[in-house]
Write a protein that binds this ligand. Structure first.
Ligand SMILES: Cc1cc2nc3c(=O)[nH]c(=O)nc-3n(C[C@H](O)[C@H](O)[C@H](O)COP(=O)(O)O)c2cc1C
Length: 218
């Protein structure tokens, strides 16, 4: 099976938010799609380990802030690489309350959903939300997931359903740079014929002669 085909699916880049008691919280997500138009519903796939998941389950409400290409990329990282378990993400992100849930102020538009159903998979809950409020905040081109990867050069963490495990990366031919932690020499797989992991175990850094174990992926 060629799992590289999964990369041909298209997505946007969003912040899915909910309330944790009085505290607004949320996470970056790309796995949102419209399911029906009447009533208007959408589906969101949120990892079981994401704090946002438990908040959506408790409140039965979530918002989707639709990010545009000109958004500060820090917003994506802020909401996508740390957890509301540890950080009050909305403390330093301007937001507005819409129909009882927070919406990122710098987003181009937003949707607010009431959970009408959900389905558990081994790793994610797929929430089915009926849209009860939606509006445009400012004009802009909605960011696609491809734009995030190809232009912003962003990555996705393990909890994203579209995460590509290491082995799949290898199969799909994605290349990396490995840096020697002793001297800083970089082994760039884009310029070499052999993947770093396929180099012989006794291979040494050409500059400081340290073994492979002293290298880290950049
Ligand atoms: C570009 C991007 C897309 C992501 N898409 C999803 C997604 O669709 N579903 C999901 O569960 N997590 C996704 N994540 C991961 C969560 O944002 C991340 O695990 C976050 O730290 C969870 O925060 P929380 O614990 O506060 O909910 C994505 C992250 C990034 C950066």
């Amino acid at each position: 099976m060629n799992t590289k085909v999964l990369r041909n699916l298209s997505y946007g880049v969003y912040v899915v938010s909910s309330m944790d008691g009085e505290r607004p919280t949320g996470c970056t997500a790309n796995s949102i799609m419209q399911i029906t138009s009447s009533p208007p519903t959408l589906a969101a796939s949120i990892n079981h380990d994401n704090y946002t998941n438990s908040c959506i389950k408790k409140t039965g409400m979530f918002s989707v802030s639709i990010l545009c290409e000109d958004v500060n990329p820090g917003v994506i990282g802020h909401f996508g690489f740390q957890s509301g378990k540890d950080v009050n993400k909305y403390d330093d992100t301007p937001y507005e309350m819409r129909s009882g849930v927070p919406v990122v102020k710098s987003a181009g538009s937003y949707l607010v959903c009431k959970v009408v159903d959900s389905m558990e998979t081994s790793s994610h809950t797929v929430f089915l939300g009926e849209i009860i409020d939606a509006d445009i905040l400012e004009n802009g081109t909605p960011m696609t997931y491809a734009y995030y990867h190809n232009v912003i050069k962003g990555k996705s963490p393990k909890n994203a359903p579209t995460y590509i495990p290491e082995e799949e990366k290898k199969m799909s031919g994605e290349k990396a740079i490995w840096k020697c932690t002793v001297c800083g020499y970089e082994y760039d797989e884009n310029k070499e014929d052999v993947a770093f992991e396929d180099l012989p175990e006794d291979w040494k850094c050409p500059v400081c002669l340290q073994p492979k174990t002293k290298f880290e992926k950049v």
